[in-house]
Ligand binder design. Structure first.
Ligand code: GTP
Ligand code: MG
Length: 220
């Protein structure tokens, strides 16, 4: 079964929020869930995202009691910036990432991996967040916001996934009230996409779709 990689059109769109929701829905469907965040930046002491992920995994999957926050997030950088910049000229240790990934995989049957920022955030000069999706043999879930500008950001991110033959779904995170979204954005999505998923309207259906796609072999 493939892993699920959570990405978004930008930082602060709701990747952690989505990951936490999916951990619960997958747990409710009987899966032993796990989460992983290979790199977190803007860390001042304790990594906020990784701590939330660990806490929820430990609540839902007792096997995760042996996992530490440094296992969930092996690379923690203080500057709130793209990993390439936040690493301040030092090489990011991919051996550390692979080791903690392998450890975590032993304790769950489905693993949700949270990226950092959006898809083309640089990690190394020639390695971007999007490259983690294939490295971890994952199916991607793109989370988009619902404000003005989201159509463009959604389509650009979907282009990046399609051009690399990465299997994916996308979903909307409706932060506030959806009236404005229905007026200025939804008409395009309705004409363009056969199915629209959102965390607020059809999370269960989205979870089922993700499970089906993670069980499929091959890319796209
Ligand atoms: P980074 O990992 O920092 O790139 O951000 P992210 O994409 O993981 O976003 P995150 O899930 O942390 O959401 C950003 C902020 O918005 C957090 O403070 C969340 O609690 C909040 N948030 C996210 N989604 C929702 C939502 O649907 N409703 C509300 N009220 N708050 C939300
Ligand atoms: Mg996050």
């Amino acid at each position: 079964m493939k892993n699920i990689f959570i990405t978004a059109t930008n930082t602060n769109v709701g990747k952690t929020y989505t990951t936490l929701k999916l951990l619960h829905t997958l747990h409710d469907k009987g899966y032993k869930v796990g989460a992983y965040k290979p790199i977190e930046t803007g860390v001042d002491g304790v990594p906020v995202d990784a701590s939330l992920l660990l806490q929820t995994c430990q609540e839902l999957n007792p096997d995760f009691k042996v996992i530490t926050v440094n296992d969930i997030c092996p690379i923690q950088l203080s500057l709130p910036a793209a990993p390439y910049v936040a690493s301040c000229g030092k090489t990011i240790d991919f051996d550390k990432i692979t080791e903690s990934y392998k450890k975590i995989k032993n304790y769950c049957d489905i693993l949700i991996i949270e990226g950092a920022g959006g898809l083309l955030v640089p990690v190394l000069k020639d390695f971007y967040i999007i490259d983690f999706i294939k490295l971890f043999d994952a199916h991607a879930l793109l989370v988009t916001h619902d404000k003005l500008g989201s159509i463009n950001e959604t389509l650009l991110s979907l282009e990046a996934l399609k051009s690399r033959n990465i299997s994916h779904n996308w979903c909307i995170n409706h932060f506030d009230d959806t009236e404005e979204f229905e007026k200025i954005t939804l008409p395009f999505y309705q004409d363009y996409f056969a199915k629209i998923f959102s965390l607020q309207n059809n999370l269960d259906e989205l979870t089922q779709e993700l499970i089906t796609n993670c069980n499929r072999n091959g890319d796209s």
